[in-house]
Design a protein around this ligand. Structure first.
Ligand code: THG
Length: 267
């Protein structure tokens, strides 16, 4: 399971403030903690000001890269910001994200192909999220036709089936799982990812919902996720799920985490 650390996101209040005030120490600390917690990529989202996004993104990238070597996941819907950001990174970044929207595909796929980037593709069109797994899969097929035409290998694709909140549609998780299983069958080289915390929005006891969803999603084929890597209970749930599903040879990862104190009580 590859983790994309979610914490450097300008839509979070404290991070938005740090970006506005150019509080480098706060961002560096988030970068170091998430890197030590085993993130494969650190998501970098500058927030919601389109006019300031390119400058904010560059400052974030340079600040993060001054303390960690972990590759970044450039989280922006703006192709121009992505183009500028790709030039500022030291290591090949993940692009988060494309969708079935023709304009976004046309603008971003050349960049992805040229730099050999892994890329997250949302199972949605021009800002519309299909209601059924079948229709989400159709969007995914449309995307993969376009990525293949640009010479992008399926193994660089991370499809995000989109976890809509269960409180507004009780079938949301099932739709995501069904989409994932279909991708696993039809495009076995492609990967799957998901933004974990959406699923529980508006519900009490969110962490229980998130963790249980994550375990079931791993069984449906999820092999990466955008989540809080500093959450020990999420980390423990991932390790226990992989252990149970026979994905942890000789139980090594599970036992190693135990030796490092992951299951120790903190108080
Ligand atoms: N798919 C893809 N990319 C994404 C998402 C997705 N990027 C953004 C988002 N969704 C994932 N990132 C975050 C980052 C932080 C938080 C949630 C998702 C977060 N949320 C707090 C919470 O849920 O309680 C509230 C905010 C706060 O702490 O201030 O921290 O789905 N491809």
């Amino acid at each position: 399971m590859k983790i994309i650390g979610e914490k450097i996101n300008g839509t979070r209040k404290r991070v938005g403030l740090a970006i506005a005030e150019r509080d480098a120490d706060f961002i560096k600390d988030l970068a170091q903690k998430q890197a030590s917690a085993g993130s494969t990529w650190l998501d970098v989202n500058a927030g919601t000001h389109p006019d300031r996004e390119p400058d904010d993104l560059i400052w974030l990238i340079e600040t993060i890269q001054s303390v960690v070597e972990t590759p970044l996941s450039l989280d922006s819907a703006n192709p121009k910001a992505l183009q500028i950001a790709v030039k500022a990174v030291k290591k090949t970044p993940m692009i988060n994200s494309i969708s079935g929207e023709p304009e976004r595909l046309a603008n971003v796929l050349p960049l992805v192909a040229e730099h050999g980037c892994p890329v997250i593709a949302l199972a949605m069109d021009e800002k519309k999220i299909p209601e059924t797994a079948e229709k989400r899969f159709d969007v995914i097929t449309k995307i993969i036709t376009a990525t293949r035409a640009h010479g992008i290998p399926d193994s660089n694709l991370y499809f995000d089936p989109l976890a809509m909140t269960i409180s507004t549609n009780t079938q949301s998780a099932l739709i995501a799982f069904k989409t994932m299983r279909r991708v696993r069958e039809e495009y076995p080289e492609a990967h799957l990812t998901i933004g974990l915390s959406n699923i529980s929005f508006g519900l009490p006891g969110r962490s229980f919902v998130n963790r249980t969803f994550l375990s079931l999603a791993i069984q449906a084929g999820l092999d990466s996720a955008i989540l809080d890597p500093l959450d020990r209970e999420i980390q423990a749930a991932i390790l226990a799920t992989e252990l149970i599903l026979g994905q942890d040879n000789h139980c090594l990862n599970y036992i190693r985490a135990s030796r490092k104190g992951l299951f120790d009580k903190t108080e």
